[in-house]
Design a protein around this ligand. Structure first.
Ligand code: NI
Length: 187
C-alpha cells in the first residue's frame, strides 16, 4: 500500500465528474487500499478517488464514534437509492479544503447502493454522520465540494485563504523552511 498526495481546492480536477468502474478488479482494489491508507494517514473519515487525482467512482470511509463504528468501507459506483425528507445539518470539513468548515444541510437518512471490495452489490442504510459522509463523498465523484453548498461569500473567502496558504507554503518550501503542523480535517 502507498499514501497518495491529496489535492486541495481550488484544483480543476476536483471539479470534474468521475467515471464508473466496469468492475472491482485488482487495479481498483489497489486504489481502494492506497486510498484507505492515505485517509488514515491524513487523518480523515472519508476519501473519494478524485481527491487523489483519479477520476473514478471509488470511495473509502471509516467512521468511529460512540454510536457508529463502521470499520473500513470500500465503495465503487456508489449511488443514493433512497433519501429521507427529514434533513440533518452538520458542520462538514474536507481533506481537500483543509482547516475550513461549514454547515451543510442534507437528507438525514439515505440508502446507498455500491459494489464492495469483492465486487458484490450492497445496499446500506445510513443515518447521522455516516449519511452525511456518504453524500459528501458521492458529491466529490460529481465534482462538488461541501463549499459549493454554502454561501458564495463564504466559499470565495475560503478559496482565497486556501490560495494564500498554498502560496505561503510554496514560498516556505522554496526557502527551505519546515512545514507547519496541520490540523486534522474529516472527509
Ligand atoms: Ni471531502
Amino acid at each position: 500500500m502507498a499514501t497518495l498526495p491529496i489535492l486541495t481546492a481550488p484544483d480543476p480536477r476536483l471539479k470534474k465528474k468521475s467515471a464508473p468502474v466496469d468492475s472491482v478488479d485488482a487495479e481498483v482494489r489497489q486504489l481502494m487500499d492506497d486510498m484507505l491508507e492515505t485517509m488514515y494517514a491524513a487523518p480523515g473519515i472519508g476519501l473519494a478517488a478524485p481527491q487523489v487525482g483519479v477520476l473514478k467512482r471509488v470511495v473509502v470511509l471509516d467512521i468511529e464514534r460512540e454510536d457508529v463504528k463502521t470499520g473500513p468501507l470500500f465503495m465503487a459506483n456508489p449511488e443514493i437509492v433512497e433519501a429521507s425528507d427529514e434533513d440533518l445539518s452538520y458542520e462538514e470539513g474536507c481533506l481537500s479544503v483543509p482547516e475550513h468548515y461549514g454547515e451543510v444541510v442534507r437528507p438525514a437518512k439515505v440508502t446507498v447502493r455500491y459494489l464492495d471490495r469483492d465486487g458484490k452489490q450492497q445496499d446500506m442504510a445510513c443515518e447521522g454522520l455516516l449519511a452525511t459522509c456518504v453524500q459528501h463523498e458521492i458529491d466529490h465523484l460529481d465534482g462538488v465540494l461541501f463549499i459549493d453548498h454554502i454561501s458564495a461569500l463564504k466559499r470565495n473567502m475560503i478559496l482565497r485563504k486556501l490560495l494564500k496558504a498554498r502560496k505561503e507554503k510554496e514560498r516556505d518550501e522554496a526557502e527551505g523552511k519546515p512545514a507547519k503542523d496541520k490540523e486534522p480535517a474529516p472527509a
